[in-house]
Design a protein around this ligand. Sequence first.
Ligand SMILES: [Fe+2]
Length: 226
Amino acid sequence: MLNRRDFLKVSGLGLVAIGALPAVSHGQTIKGGRIMYTAKDYSKLLGTEGFSETLLKNHFTLYQGYVTNTNKLIEIFQQMAKDDKLATPEFAELKRRFGWEFDGMRLHEYYFENLGGKAAIDKNGKLAKKMVEDFGSYENWEKLFKAVGAMRGIGWTALYQDPMNGKLFNFWINEHDVGHPAGCNPILILDVFEHAFMIDYGLKRADYIAAFFKNINWAEAEKRLK
Ligand SMILES: [Fe+2]
């Protein structure tokens, strides 16, 4: 059974006062359907130049925690609906938390999937051409993206495409959930939480970003472009 103490322990929810949570059994199928997410295996990234095994393995474990907590929250919401507890502060606080856990899961998937590349961007490819169109040159885009990545704070740097006009924009995402442009498509995602680099680079975030750029899977990023 998942009790409140256990949930706080695994999810880090101790930062918010959420009161008592309903008890939910793991593996229990709640009537009405349960959406489950499975953590993906990114072990193929082990051996990536500039990313130690310790750093990557720790990062995979953190990612798996977001998947676990996303599933737990979905399960809890279904149980709370069943128990007629939707008009409670506990539900409201957990619902606010859901975006953080879900985005923590999904952003790591985009990040790991746009890593592991060996080749530089294809300057004749559609992504590089779009960067030239929107930023003047690939180099201008890279300079701006790196500047966003170097900003103080924890979060993500994201290249997004606005499907309304096709334009590319670099965004700063605070933590996991604040700052996403509604309806836009993520093209390239860079994790700049300290756990993403401190084991290997200490405070030298720029060196980590340089290593990231040596390993971008540009084919994957280009596939995300509409
Ligand atoms: Fe991360």
